[in-house]
Write a protein that binds this ligand. Structure first.
Ligand SMILES: [Zn+2]
Length: 285
């Protein structure tokens, strides 16, 4: 029997919402070569953590083994998956891999904290693979409420693992890739040793509705409204921002994006090519 072993260690995110950080390792006990999947933050709430701005995962276990860490892979650009990369990059010092949109967001975060943006490397989607020690890692597109979300196909000497990342099975997501059941079936065909999967609404009995069903209702609301229409949404939900902007354009209105995160997300989506027909916006001043 091989004395090598495969390990999985969530430093955050398993069984909770927020601060996702998952370590996978393979090798002799204590000498495993490691990869980290996601490095996010979580947001406090008034009931349990009043006065706290941001909560970061405890990465001390990984920090003590930073010389075993091959790479960091980011599945998507939600704060609870990418938000702590710039905070901890200096402690870990490993290359960061993500697809174009996520990499764009991660680079902005790195540069804001005075780190070199170039440590974040852009990778292509499956079937492209990145080698990281005993792991070969592919980014498998999956629809979610942010563009270019990916599950990870992790091949190692023990077999194939699939880490789904966050997802919303949407075949018409407006922005970003549709869920492709054929592709997922194909990737699973050789056999999957473990599926690592987490879903916020797993206990809901209702199927999620596609983003494409939201547009007509929003168009109706915007066209019938008198005066200025103000809408709020997560800035990272680029598809929803686009749906709102298109509804405004259709109603003959001027569109204005308010807030730094909103402008940054749309900018990153245009720069990375996931958004190409966003209506012209006017300056808020
Ligand atoms: Zn997410």
């Amino acid at each position: 029997m091989s004395s090598e072993r495969l390990i999985y260690l969530p430093l955050g995110g398993a069984g909770e919402i927020g601060m996702n950080a998952y370590v996978y390792g393979y090798g002799k006990p204590g000498k495993e070569r490691l990869i980290l999947v996601d490095l996010g933050v979580t947001f406090p709430d008034m009931d349990s953590s009043p006065g706290v701005d941001l909560i970061l995962p405890d990465i001390s276990w990984l920090k003590d083994r930073k010389n075993q860490l091959e790479a960091i892979f980011i599945t998507h650009a939600h704060e609870d998956h990418v938000g702590a990369v710039a905070h901890f990059w200096q402690d870990l010092g490993a290359p960061v891999y993500a697809r174009a949109f996520t990499a764009n967001i991660a680079r902005r975060k790195m540069e804001e904290m005075g780190h070199p943006g170039r440590v974040v490397q852009t990778v292509s989607a499956w079937p492209a693979k990145t080698e990281a020690g005993p792991f070969s890692v592919g980014f498998l597109p999956i629809s979610h409420s942010i563009p270019e979300s990916s599950g990870l196909v992790l091949d190692c000497p023990e077999g194939r693992l699939i880490h789904t990342g966050d997802f919303k099975l949407d075949e018409t997501p407006i922005v970003g890739e549709a869920f492709d059941p054929v592709l997922w079936k194909e990737v699973s065909a050789p056999g999957v040793k473990a599926l690592i999967c987490d879903s916020t609404n797993v206990f809901s009995r209702h199927a999620g509705r596609s983003e494409v069903t939201v547009g007509p209702e929003i168009e109706k609301l915007v066209s019938e409204a008198k005066g200025m229409v103000v809408a709020t949404t997560f800035a990272s939900n680029v598809a929803r921002v686009k749906t709102l902007a298109l509804a405004g354009e259709k109603a003959g209105r001027s569109i204005c994006l308010l807030g730094r995160a909103m402008r940054r997300m749309v900018e990153a989506a245009v720069e990375s090519g996931v958004l190409d027909d966003f209506p012209t916006v006017i300056n808020s001043e």
